[in-house]
Design a protein around this ligand. Structure first.
Ligand code: ZN
Length: 411
């Protein structure tokens, strides 16, 4: 009887304190985005959190049923997002990666930049060539199909998501795309910009990290004149502003940060062209937070672009080639850009982009062998056939529109 009464009292106290606990406006429960349920199938993509949100699961204490003080401090979370440029697997690169047993191993090519690539909480790569695999016959320029092992090496190096809307997406047709996308699925790496089906295309790629939800979209200016098979436009997203506007709206509804990869611009042009700038303005007006630009095969300086409502968008116009067999200083230089995303939830939610940074890298090779991506700050100046790779000119160029751009590994 005694025991029963204790249990009843404890239960009542739990109810009371439970109510108080809920009534506290700063309780973590209230801070959760309302869209959590819609993101269930996306959770598998999220990297394991270092610290589980244990707070929420703590049972309320029953001993002192006092109202916890109302904490007015906003909750601040931070995520560093990183992006690397074109992963362009020319035949020379996969031949270099070929092992005696017929398999391919690309791990070595990224090992010298791996420590940097693992620094951001989320790293996005532009996989320019489809990794359809050797069963579908490998090929290089101009119609690419790359080994699937490229994906294993990128994953090991720290890549969390790939954008796959490129002018080379349709090079080798639907079979290669389907095989590549299935392989990314097997690796647990989400892809966006090319899709297996209409349903797959409708499924927005999101990632949750430190209480910040990111959405990822990807579009290409064209596909080298190759049309998509009839009724299968989902195989590659093209730059269609009506579609982009609609998908960005959807992304804004379910996430805090919208990231859009754009395959655009003029090849080998070191500054953005008018069409890139006009599109960047549109994306800023739509409310996109971060634009990751690729395709020119050379670096184009990043810029802040203000949208109609004063919203500031980080536009990384072109991150150059991350790895390729192209020659010449400009085409061998690429890099990783990073940005700190700070979300504050209190009376109102704010998302601020801080500390834009860049790590220049270059593709090292001799006689089309020993391909390796190296950080520029560590290995410069490097004499190559048609010039010298030097840190300062890259720094000056990348700061054209953004004096405050920080260079990773420097003061
Ligand atoms: Zn391209």
């Amino acid at each position: 009887m005694q025991r029963k009464r204790v249990v009843v009292i404890a239960f009542l106290l739990t109810l009371i304190t439970g109510c108080f606990y809920r009534a506290n406006p700063s309780a973590p429960k209230e801070a959760q985005p309302e869209v959590k349920q819609e993101l269930i199938d996306v959770k598998q993509y999220a990297k394991p959190e270092a610290k589980p949100e244990a707070k929420r699961d703590q049972p309320p204490t029953v001993t002192v049923p006092t109202i916890p003080p109302v904490v007015s401090e906003p909750r601040v979370s931070k995520v560093t997002l990183g992006a690397i440029g074109d992963v362009l697997i020319h035949s020379e690169i996969y031949q270099d990666a070929k092992q005696k047993d017929g398999t391919y191993n690309f791990f070595k090519m990224f090992e010298d930049v791996q420590s940097y690539l693992r620094m951001p909480d989320i790293l996005v790569a532009n996989q320019e060539t489809m990794i359809g695999g050797k069963e579908l016959r490998l090929s290089g320029y101009p119609s690419f199909n790359s080994p699937q092992e490229v994906g294993d090496a990128l994953k090991a190096a720290g890549v969390d998501l790939v954008t796959v809307a490129n002018n080379h997406t349709l090079d080798r047709g639907e079979k290669v795309i389907q095989s590549a996308l299935s392989y990314w699925d097997r690796l647990g790496i989400p892809y966006t910009g090319a899709f297996k089906s209409k349903e797959d295309q409708k499924h927005m790629r999101t990632m949750v990290k430190n209480n910040i939800t990111f959405s990822f979209l990807s579009y290409a200016y064209g596909t080298n004149g190759i049309p998509h098979p009839k009724g299968k436009a989902y195989l590659v997203n093209r730059i269609d502003t009506a579609q982009i506007a609609q998908e960005v709206e959807q992304a804004k509804r379910i996430s805090d940060v919208v990231v859009v990869a754009m395959h655009w611009g003029t090849e080998y042009e070191t500054l953005p062209n008018e069409s890139q700038m006009a599109l960047a303005q549109k994306l800023a007006d739509y409310g996109v937070h971060i634009v990751i630009g690729n395709h020119p095969h050379v670096l184009q300086p990043p810029a802040w672009v203000s949208g109609i409502n004063g919203h500031k968008t980080l536009v990384l116009y072109s991150l150059g080639n991350f790895i390729s067999a192209q020659g010449g200083v400009a085409k061998r230089v690429g890099g990783m850009a990073t940005i700190d995303v700070v979300k504050t939830t209190g009376k109102e939610k704010t998302v601020t982009l801080k500390h834009p940074s860049f790590l220049p890298t270059f593709t090292s090779y001799q006689n089309m062998t020993q391909f390796k991506v190296l950080p520029v700050n560590q290995a410069v100046p490097v004499q190559i056939r048609n010039g010298t790779i030097q840190f300062d000119p890259i720094k000056q160029h990348m700061r054209t529109y953004m004096q405050e751009l920080h260079f990773i590994g420097t003061e």
